[in-house]
Design a protein around this ligand. Structure first.
Ligand code: ZN
Length: 189
């Protein structure tokens, strides 16, 4: 995330360092910079030493990235929306080993689709849950887990015009043994 200021500049986006976050509407005083800081602290109510909690890290990263695509490279949208789709629709219990496999898969996918671009929903219309909501409203690990899942779901729904497209990507990943991957039991549905 250190590069997000450079990426925004490259994307031609001006970042504002005051008030609420210009992208997600988080209740900050230093704008997107504070939003990124809160996200980078990773919501420490969750014990990430437990492998079963790693999913909340993936869900947070996907939610924050897709709420703030202006501070990321354009192909990140494919990666994070496809991962959300695999978790929410196919109930894949994501793990650290799967992320590089998805990256490799997408590298092959995008080779002959250099013009494909997932246009983000309008700013402030990418799910009502934000970093400050997750930080401020959860008092226990279980509440934090539920908030992160809600955050992820809301952001995922806001990108619904691309669900069909990422489903095509998801259906080919991983090409051999998706049915053998462990399934996740989500809290909200
Ligand atoms: Zn934000």
């Amino acid at each position: 995330m250190q590069n997000y200021i450079d990426v925004a500049e490259k994307n031609g986006v001006t970042l504002y360092g005051e008030g609420s976050c210009q992208f997600c509407g988080a209740n900050t005083t230093r704008g997107v910079h504070e939003c990124v800081e809160i996200f980078s602290l990773a919501f420490q109510l969750i014990d990430y030493s437990k492998p079963e909690n790693h999913i909340y890290r993936f869900l947070s990263v996907d939610a924050h990235t897709l709420q703030h695509p202006e501070i990321h490279g354009r192909w990140n949208n494919h990666f994070h929306l496809t991962r959300q789709h695999l978790i929410f629709e196919y109930k894949i219990a994501w793990n650290y080993g799967l992320s590089p496999k998805l990256s490799d898969y997408l590298n092959a996918y995008k080779a002959d689709r250099s013009d494909e671009f997932l246009a983000p929903p309008k700013v402030l219309e990418r799910g009502s849950v934000t970093t400050t909501d997750v930080r401020d409203s959860a008092k226990t690990e279980a509440e934090c887990q539920a908030m992160i899942e809600k955050w992820g779901q809301e952001v995922y729904q806001s990108w619904n015009q691309y669900h069909e497209l990422v489903d095509k990507i998801a259906q080919g990943f991983p090409d051999k043994n998706r049915s053998q991957l462990p399934k996740i039991k989500l809290l909200l549905k």
